[in-house]
Each structure stands twice: as C-alpha cells, then as structure tokens.
Design a protein around this ligand. Structure first.
Ligand code: PLP
Length: 370
C-alpha cells in the first residue's frame, strides 16, 4: 500500500464520509487575508463582554499549580453546580465544552444498527457525532424553522436510541414551550435517551426553561447539557456539563478521558458561577442588542426569525453568501448557514452596542448596493 490515500479506506465508514464542522472565521484569519485593522466578529455566539473578572482572577490564582494534573473528578465545580441546581454531584458529567458531552453520549449509546432523531436546521454537531459512530440520522422536517416535536415523535421507533433537541435551537433561535417539551420527553420510550441541549438557556426570558432540571427526577433517560461558552464568556477554555440521572452520568463518566477538563477551565468555571453581576450584564447587553439589531433589520425592510438566544437569523430572501462576503470586506464577520439548509439567511451574534451599530451600518451599505 504505497498510495497514502488508501489510508482513508482504513477508517470506519462513518468517518470516511464525515465533513468536518466549519467554525466561524477567526478574526486573525480575516486580518491576514484583507489587512484590515478593525474587525468585529459576530459569528460564533461568544460573549461580547468577554470573561468575567472573577473567572480571570481564579485563573491567575491557579497558574502556579499548572505542573499538576487537574482534579479529574472536578470536585469544586461539580459541588458548585450540584448546589446551584439542587442535584447530587453524581448527576453531573463535566465535558471539554458541552460538545464533548454530545460526543460522549453518542459513543456510549450508539452502534451502527441504531438511529438518532433530530430536527432539520438543528445544531451541526448532532449529525457529526451520529455519523462518526456509524449510526443513522433520522431528520424530522422543521416547522416554522423550529423543532416539530410531533414530527420528531413519529420518527421514534424501537431502533431510536438517542434524540437531540436544542432549546433554544442554534442557528434558528427558536424556543419550544415548556409543556410541549415535557410531553415529548414523557412520551419517549424508555429505550431512548433524550439529549436536551440548553447551551443558551441563560438568555431565555422565560424562567421555566432553566427549570427543566426538575424533570431529571422523573426521567432517568434525560440528559440536559449546558455550557460556560456562551453566557459565561469562557468559550476559549472549553467547559460544559451534562445533568442527568446518576446512572446516565455514570455511563458518560466511564467513557470520558480522566482529565478531560483542564485546571484553568475548572477554576474559572467555578468562579464564574459566583459572578452573577457579569451574567446579568451579559443578559442585559444581549436584550438591548437584540432590540437594536432587529429594529435595524426592520428599517432595512429585512425579515428575521424571532430568537430567544444571543444571535438572530436574518432572511435576505436571496443567496446570503455574497452579502456575507461583502460584510467581510468591511471587517464584519457573521455566519452563513447554508450547511443548515438555510442558504438565504445569515446568523448574527449580538455584540456590544458599538459592534451592533457597526454591523447595522455595514449591512445597510451592503444591501443598498445589491
Ligand atoms: C455553542 C453550542 C454548544 C456548545 O458549545 P461548547 O462550547 O462545546 O460548550 C452546544 N450546543 C449548541 C446548540 C451550541 O450552539
């Protein structure tokens, strides 16, 4: 075998056909390409205020310990989360981002003869983790861009081992009602694990959404995932977690790496949980920015999908890529969502008020020219 391409034939079949996740364009890359000096990135739903002071101080304080392995059980962070949610520590799985939890659940529960149900326009990581283990993705058509729970339910069979639901969903920002969601979970067969991905729950005005943790008592097959990457402003550190029955958590903890969360991440996330001021500021800035940006769309006669999260999809009613590229040339990075079967939309992360103004200004120029 002297043709190095033959190596591809050795990979498991799901991986052979895998198309990797394409992240938002990094600022440095656009700087290199265009030589622009001022660039704003509203592409990856990151916190425009950055990390909070308490998280930064905790990182600073732990630096001298970096020669040691981190606490593989994440005792401090798990205790803090257990207290916050009134759960037992053994109901928590820590992940290198909540993305890792999504991968762990796929690895622990799927085989090539099993199926996974999720919605059209759902988060891109669900098909990736499904395909990587060779399981079959069963995609339910969306309803008004959101999850159609009835359509999803109809696709659940004895072969369905996992269901992924993002609430709010990324990239659409759509939100399911608390009662319809519980009815869906309740109706699932016990042979099916329900992953409720709540990466954006902190931004949702309806408090009911964060109270989904109360369901854990009733549904041992429910896994709720949350993250420090969005509202807590720690995307670069990679910390997320799963909340579930102790049995489900035990299974996930068996397959994770022993030190999957690094020491800086554990310290910063623990401190971030005590920084309610930073979280509140983040939520306020997001609400104001969402209002400003959607008013901007209105003035430009553009439609958008109402969003419960920290981003919004604007409908350009024509291919969005040229608009995306024209915005790039003005130093504004947003996110095309063609891979989500939404070729006429762009996803905009809500920024600081200065960033939002620059974005609307740039968008106004671009759409008036095209
Ligand atoms: C951003 C995001 C995540 C997770 O991100 P991590 O940084 O890995 O925690 C999970 N689900 C959705 C829907 C997201 O948008």
């Amino acid at each position: 075998m002297n043709n190095s391409d033959n190596i591809y034939n050795l990979a498991v079949s799901g991986v052979q056909k895998l198309v990797p996740y394409v992240p938002g364009k990094p600022i440095e890359e656009l700087e290199r390409e265009l030589g622009l000096s001022y660039i704003i990135k509203l592409a990856s739903n990151e916190n425009p205020l950055g990390p909070g002071k308490k998280a930064l101080a905790a990182i600073q304080a732990i630096l001298p310990d970096l020669a040691l392995y981190p606490d593989g059980n994440g005792f401090e962070l798990k205790s803090a989360l257990a207290k916050k949610y009134n759960l037992d520590m053994n109901q928590i799985t820590l992940g290198n981002g909540s993305n890792e939890i999504l991968e762990l659940v796929a690895r622990a529960f799927l085989t090539p003869d099993l199926e996974v149900v999720f919605s059209q326009h759902a988060f891109a990581v669900y098909p990736l983790v499904t395909q990587a283990v060779g399981a079959t993705a069963v995609v339910a058509p969306a309803l008004n861009y959101g999850h159609d729970l009835d359509a999803m339910q109809r696709r659940v069979t004895a072969k369905t081992r996992l269901v992924f639901i993002a609430n709010p969903n990324n990239p659409t920002g759509t939100l399911l009602s608390h009662s319809s969601l519980e009815a869906f979970i309740k109706a699932l067969p016990v042979t099916c694990v329900c992953v409720l991905d709540e990466a954006y729950c902190e931004f949702v005005a309806d408090q009911n959404v964060e109270n989904s943790t109360a369901w854990l008592e009733k549904y041992p097959n429910l896994l709720i995932t949350r993250t420090f990457s969005k509202a807590y402003g720690l995307a670069g550190l990679r910390v997320g977690y799963g909340l579930s029955s102790p049995q489900l958590a035990d299974i996930l903890n068996r397959v994770r790496q022993p030190f999957n969360n690094n020491m800086l991440a554990l310290a910063a996330a623990t401190a971030a949980l005590t920084d309610s001021e930073h979280l509140q500021n983040t939520i306020t800035v997001n609400e104001q920015g969402m209002q400003f940006i959607t008013e901007g769309f209105k003035k430009l006669d553009l439609e958008w999908i109402p969003s419960a999260a920290n981003f919004v999809l604007v409908d350009l009613k024509k291919p969005a890529l040229p608009v995306y590229e024209a915005l790039l040339r003005k130093g504004v990075i947003v996110r095309p969502v063609g891979v989500y079967e939404l070729p006429n939309h762009l996803r905009i992360t809500i920024g600081t008020s200065a960033e939002n103004e620059l974005f609307i200004e740039a968008l106004a120029e671009v759409v008036s020219l095209s």
